[in-house]
Design a protein around this ligand. Structure first.
Ligand SMILES: Nc1ncnc2c1ncn2[C@@H]1O[C@H](COP(=O)(O)OP(=O)(O)OP(=O)(O)O)[C@@H](O)[C@H]1O
Length: 329
């Protein structure tokens, strides 16, 4: 995979918000790539900047935000596009599904009306063709009685069905890249697995790429090709799913993996990483994980480590423990 050009390349992305407390650096200079046909998972605790990263890529952050850096999708820098061009890209090359399907659907329109509306906005097809395609899409996401579903209003369907409808809408225009922000968190556990399997199957059928945001490492282990670990607006580690699970380097990644429940450990108290994610305002140069890290050294409280690899591999970590020049104490 490494030889080809990435489909999505995020370079030095920053997304900052002005708040009453000061400048919130929700995303602060992150880099990662997603190749054709691959699933990249962004993981990290609540508030570390995962959703803001997704919304920056979609061009859906509020005007009060300041976005810098490059977001290249199939050779186009999305940060340079006009709102109109960005809307077109969102209907064709790039799609997103959200945690709460109900909030993304219009409660007073039927599923069919909403699907045909999306199709007619982005494709040069007739209303009849759009209705036919809606039905095909509903069947593709495995909701049996398509004819009945497209006549339904959102409140008449279960959470799992609604998320399938959202997936169908997201795939309506054959996107190259699908962003899914915690797509299964609001669903029952059994339905979660079905929706994830569906996403994986559709991804393989269409060879699209997927950027999946989750705090659930079980999900990551199931679906990811590569993993990006975020902490306090920065990427602290990234690598293949095998590297991250078998050889995690950053103490934060190790903590996340330790916090994951494993079968047979029911009697043991579940490990949690002590402390909290810092407020993303007025952070001084340092490793932002320093005050929660059992390996904290003096330099960790003084300088921010860069994301790098100690060999030529793509497994990268931002941690002073792996800097050769640091004298370990
Ligand atoms: N519109 C906004 N204005 C100001 N601050 C914001 C805005 N949107 C997000 N933030 C802040 O940016 C930080 C990152 O938020 P984000 O939603 O990306 O976190 P997350 O990792 O997705 O968390 P979660 O898993 O809870 O969704 C948070 O501190 C949040 O309060």
């Amino acid at each position: 995979m490494a030889q080809q050009e990435p489909l999505l390349s995020v370079h030095q992305l920053k997304a900052h918000f002005q708040s009453e407390d000061g400048l919130v650096k929700a995303v602060d200079g992150i880099n990662f790539d997603v190749y054709q046909g691959e699933t990249v998972c962004i993981v990290g605790e609540s508030g570390c900047g995962k959703s803001v990263t997704a919304m920056s890529i979609m061009g859906l952050l509020p005007d009060t935000s300041k976005v810098e850096g490059e977001i290249n999708l199939a050779g186009k820098d999305l940060t340079k596009l006009s709102k109109g061009n960005m809307r077109r890209i969102r209907g064709n090359e790039l799609s997103m599904i959200f945690q709460e399907p109900m909030t993304s659907l219009n409660p007073v329109m039927t599923i069919g009306e909403q699907m045909t509306e999306v199709l007619l906005e982005h494709q040069a097809i007739s209303k009849k063709q759009a209705t036919k395609k809606s039905l095909e899409l509903i069947k593709m996401v495995g909701i049996g009685r398509g004819e009945q579903i497209i006549k339904s209003y959102p409140h008449q369907l279960s959470g799992g069905m609604l998320q399938r409808v959202m997936i169908a809408i997201a795939l309506a225009c054959d996107p190259k890249m699908l962003i899914a922000d915690e797509p299964t968190t609001a669903l029952d556990v059994t339905i979660q697995a079905q929706v994830l399997n569906l996403l994986q199957d559709l991804k393989e059928e269409t060879n699209m790429s997927m950027l999946l945001i989750t705090h659930d490492l079980g999900v990551v282990a199931e679906v990811a090709d590569r993993v990006v670990v975020m902490y306090a607006g920065k990427v602290v580690e990234q690598g293949t799913v095998e590297e991250i699970f078998a050889n995690p380097k950053h103490p934060y990644t190790k903590g996340l993996l330790q916090a994951k429940p494993v079968l047979g450990s029911r009697k043991k108290k579940l490990y949690t990483i002590p402390g909290q994610v810092p407020k993303l305002v007025d952070l001084k140069p340092s490793c932002y994980f320093a005050d929660r890290c059992e390996h904290c050294m003096k330099i960790c409280t003084q300088q921010t480590p860069e994301l790098k690899s100690d060999d030529s591999s793509e497994h990268k970590v931002a941690c002073w423990l792996y800097e050769n020049e640091v004298v370990h104490k």
